[in-house]
Design a protein around this ligand. Structure first.
Ligand SMILES: [Zn+2]
Length: 535
């Protein structure tokens, strides 16, 4: 089977021959002419190579584009470049006045990159969990005749782009007939990275399944796997799950970037007073700190931030997580593996025999884990855990749902932290917002400087979203004697309690959110979104 590139090469040798004959015999000989023909011929070849790899060309037009590149050579390169600029201007990533600078930059940058490439270490190197290299695994598994090296490059670039865009998840799904979409989740929102023709995407999927240690031939049953990538900055781990869906296979890849610095409590969004009190509680020998919120609300990040305030030399810390998102030196981390019967509850039972000072439970999901963690917190262990609940008071209700006795909650629980994440405006493109009359009135009434209120615009730095990074809004509840009294006397009616708690949390979200709007950190719309979700 000929691939387009092979065909192209065949074409070239024939064309080269014809040109050679024409240049050498039909026309009168001149060294300049021969030089021109050879130069043009190589530029044509280079154009075909660029056309074949250009993300600007949709897959179904690629073959025709390659043919065009072969005949018009450098003119094709110029056309590609102009298309790129027009698209950037349309997307608002580039202003007309910036075009000359952009042109110069891209020419210079390309020549610098080419010089670097000859000596540079590879930008990304895929390996399986045992450290075998991608090329070893993939060539031994895939015998379908596709160009292995090209598939490897495409897969690696797709992952590298994901890491560079700070993606936490990469999703590959069949979109419609003969097309797959590759999407990144950045700051909690999905954005389409690329649309690939099924044939090309299947090769990428197979290569990923091979490196994640899955069965390539199995396309329907769900499979789980893991792999890693070595980058100059450090290692990045990936967890992958596949399942057969209508129209093909769906892949979900979780990115666990070890090169990202763990964030401290202040960076997460805790105020200095809250940090002070939390640190005091973290010094206590026993008790429980629960971090609550829905999926994707940054619970784990907050838990890691709290863990870092502990002196690991003096205290024995053990965690049980699903999955381990960050490797922390000097502490013992256990990863849940249901297939090997390593569950939260089982792990917790074995941890308790090892006399730890601090126990960290990735997530309390079932009644057994909840009760065991609570009991541990009551018997000389500091326990940190996360729980899926809507608000601080909602957490108490959720614990009772998990059959933890109110009396046990009253004696074991020290602090409940509820949180949500809001997106921060991108520093490169934020600009003044146009306010409605009611918003202007609000500003006057509350003594807010309306010039401080900004809106999201979108630029190349933030992928056109206008936002870059997130910060947490936290509501901290310390269990004082009053709440403990109510709990131990069983005077709390769960139904009303949850509603009331959610309302209180909503007002905290609004208040703290508005403080971020006033300082130009986020937009009014973002606060509205987050409070709508919470309410
Ligand atoms: Zn921006």
């Amino acid at each position: 089977m000929f691939s387009p590139m092979d065909l192209m090469e065949e074409f070239h040798s024939v064309l080269g021959f014809i040109l050679g004959v024409a240049g050498g015999t039909a026309l009168p000989y001149s060294p300049f002419k021969t030089f021109f023909f050879i130069g043009w011929f190589y530029l044509c070849l280079y154009s075909v190579q660029r056309s074949d790899n250009s993300p600007l060309i949709r897959d179904k037009y690629r073959y025709s584009s390659n043919i065009a590149a072969l005949f018009i050579g450098p003119l094709h390169l110029v056309a590609l470049f102009i298309t790129d600029i027009v698209r950037k201007i349309q997307d608002g990533d580039l202003e007309l006045s910036e075009v000359p600078k952009y042109t110069l930059d891209s020419i210079l940058e390309r020549s610098v990159q080419r010089r670097k490439r000859s000596v540079a270490v590879p930008e990304i190197e895929l390996r399986d969990t045992s450290g075998r290299s991608f090329s070893d695994i993939y060539t031994s598994q895939d015998r379908s005749g596709t160009d292995g090296l090209k598939v490897q490059q495409r897969t690696e670039q797709m992952l590298l782009q994901g890491i560079k865009s700070r993606a936490t998840d990469i999703l590959i799904d069949p979109r419609k007939e003969s097309e797959y979409s590759i999407r990144y989740r950045v700051d909690g929102f999905l954005r389409t990275h690329e649309v690939l023709e099924s044939k090309r995407c299947n090769a990428v999927i197979n290569s990923l399944k091979a490196v994640a240690g899955m069965d390539i031939a199995e396309k329907r049953r769900p499979q789980d796997g893991a792999f890693m990538a070595r980058l100059p900055e450090g290692d990045v781990y990936f967890r992958m799950a596949t399942s057969g869906v209508l129209g093909g296979e769906k892949l979900a890849i979780r990115v666990m970037d070890q090169t990202c610095q763990l964030r401290g409590l202040a960076e997460v969004g805790f105020s200095p007073e809250k940090i002070k009190t939390l640190k005091r509680i973290m010094q206590q020998p026993q008790g429980m700190i629960l971090v609550c919120g829905p999926t994707g609300s940054g619970k784990t990040t907050s838990m890691y931030a709290m863990l870092q305030t502990i002196n690991f030399e003096e205290r024995n810390v053990i965690t049980v997580e699903d999955p381990i998102e960050h490797v922390i030196p000097h502490i013992s981390q256990i990863e849940v593996n249901t297939k090997a019967d390593v569950t939260f509850a089982n792990s917790l039972r074995s941890i308790l025999r090892q006399d730890p000072d601090v126990i960290c439970v990735g997530e309390i999901r079932d009644s057994e884990t909840a009760q065991m963690a609570m009991q541990a917190a009551q018997t000389g262990h500091l326990v940190l855990a996360t729980l899926h609940a809507s608000s601080n008071v909602g957490t108490l209700v959720r614990l009772m749902d998990l059959k933890v006795k109110p009396l046990l909650i009253a004696s074991a629980l020290s602090v409940v932290i509820s949180q949500r994440l809001i997106r921060c405006l991108c520093d490169y493109c934020k600009g003044p917002a146009e306010l409605t009359q009611s918003q202007l009135d609000y500003c006057v009434k509350n003594d807010v400087d309306q010039k401080q209120i900004l809106r999201a615009n979108g630029c190349g730095h933030c992928g056109g979203t206008g936002f870059y990074g997130r910060t947490a809004i936290v509501d901290v509840m310390y269990l004082d004697d009053r709440i403990r009294g109510l709990l131990s006397n069983n005077k709390l009616a769960p139904g009303d309690l949850k509603k009331q708690g959610d309302r209180t949390f909503l007002s905290v979200l609004r208040r703290e959110g508005m403080n971020h709007v006033k300082t130009g950190k986020t937009t009014l719309k973002e606060i509205k979104r987050i409070t709508m979700e919470a309410g």
